[in-house]
Ligand binder design. Structure first.
Ligand SMILES: [Zn+2]
Length: 447
């Protein structure tokens, strides 16, 4: 009893809030650049060891696993809950980050500088912020002997930025026991606020992700001399097909998550989304229009071209890579449409194919997310949305785990948040980290 009286109150998170800021900064200082080329990836092991040490310091038993190659470090820890019969909640975060060119930045991208009320550096919002908030909360729970309502699995992972072949995807295939009992999960790219009216915020919770389908195109032609008349030029044929595909507009398809998001925005703002001009009305959403606009239809963006070796030699082969993002339920129709656009001369193959993810915005876990947000930001609401990109949720979804993007941040109204992802001068408000830590504390006590 005495112990309970002297312990900090259930919502006194002062220490954890301060730790979240320090941990974000220190994690940024560990360069975990993931170029996508396994030979050049650095720092994941150091970051994983740092996390493991922070967990062990307060009494966690940790498991360190290298996923598929040396140095691809992942760390796991569990906290037993009050009801072992309930499925566990997985809280996962990736430790790697995309490259940063220091010459473009106002501060060094691996400085973790805390200045002007922001923590600066590569990974500040993607996603060392959430890793730090999770770590700070996990440490607080252990120190204060908090028993969450159900088991919590903390997972800190490698290789998200290159698709998880040396991280989540490998772990799901080779070490499924690490996720045993998990029924639901939270992680990045959700839980952040948008300001819908003066001082009124809505928090976007990710309930869906488009599928990732990277496609290689190949056209074969007849090799020949560049000085002659030539009817069968592989470069000409390929570039015609690529240009056609790159400017093609796939049909508008409103999936449940997008429909619910738009309806919630209408309710909050009165803004109407006319189906005849959905692109136009979505554009009025401001900074989030980029994210939402990409979830109205499938997209196919050409990203790489490769052909030829000499100015006067017509090559017999030309290749391109196209980054396709496909809505839930659209894969077959999408492929039919692709074949129509590309025509019979273009061969296509998938080089990466990760199916879409979608869950519903309801149930006790969603209620707990909303309640913990509203407790810290009275008057706020939550709404579901679909991410046009992909996260480690793709891997965990295949295990039957319900995945959400819930990394709570209360953001200033004028911050262009989505531009910070993989952007120059990536940074996270100190106030948002403290807010997120308070929300996470409440959420994990009621999940
Ligand atoms: Zn990320």
């Amino acid at each position: 009893m005495t112990q309970q009286q002297s312990a900090p109150g259930p919502h006194d998170t002062t220490t954890a809030e301060a730790e979240a800021v320090t941990l974000t900064s220190e994690l940024i200082r560990i360069d975990t650049t993931n170029t996508g080329d396994p030979a050049t990836v650095v720092g994941e092991r150091a970051a994983a060891e740092y996390v493991a040490e922070k967990l062990a310091e307060v009494g966690y038993e940790t498991t360190y696993v290298e996923s598929g190659a040396k140095g691809r470090g992942n760390v796991f820890a569990r906290l037993a809950g009050a009801d072992p019969a309930r499925g566990a909640l997985l809280i996962h975060g990736h430790l790697d980050a995309v490259p940063a060119d220091a010459s473009e930045w106002s501060v060094h991208p691996f400085s973790g500088a805390v200045q002007d009320d922001y923590v600066w550096g590569r990974g500040a919002v993607d996603m060392k912020d959430m890793v730090a908030m999770t770590l700070a909360t996990a440490r607080r729970f252990k120190r204060d002997n908090v028993v969450p309502p159900r088991d919590l699995i903390f997972a800190f992972l490698a290789d998200e930025e290159a698709g998880g072949d040396y991280g989540s995807q490998w772990l799901v295939r080779n070490r499924p026991e690490l996720f045993e009992g998990a029924t639901e999960a939270i992680s990045e790219v959700g839980g952040f606020s948008i300001t819908v009216r003066d001082g009124v915020r809505a928090y976007m919770i990710e309930t869906a992700e488009k599928g990732i389908a990277w496609m290689r195109l190949r056209v074969r032609g007849r090799a020949g001399h560049g000085s002659m008349v030539h009817e069968d030029n592989a470069v000409t044929k390929l570039t015609q097909a690529v240009a056609k595909l790159g400017t093609h507009k796939f049909p508008l398809v409103l999936t449940d998550s997008v429909r619910e998001f738009l309806a919630a925005i209408t309710e909050l703002t009165g803004l109407r989304f006319d189906e005849d001009d959905l692109d136009g009305s979505v554009a009025k959403l401001g900074a989030v229009a980029r994210m939402v606009g990409a979830t109205l239809r499938d997209t196919a963006n050409p990203t790489m071209l490769n052909a030829g070796y000499k100015a006067n030699v017509i090559p017999s082969l030309a290749e391109a890579v196209v980054d396709c993002r496909v809505l839930p339920g659209r894969q077959e129709a999408f492929e039919r449409e692709l074949d129509e656009i590309l025509g019979p001369d273009v061969e296509r193959e998938w080089v990466t194919s990760l199916p879409p993810v979608e869950t519903t915005f309801d149930g006790a876990l969603v209620d707990a997310m909303t309640a913990s947000i509203v407790a810290e930001d009275p008057g706020a609401t939550t709404l579901p949305y679909m991410l046009s990109g992909g996260t480690d949720a793709k891997a965990f979804h295949t295990m039957g785990i319900r995945c959400f993007g819930f990394a709570p941040l209360r953001l200033p109204a004028d911050l262009d948040f989505s531009a910070l992802f993989h952007g120059v001068d990536e940074r996270v408000p100190v106030d948002a980290l403290k807010f997120g830590t308070r929300v996470l504390d409440r959420f994990l006590r009621t999940c």
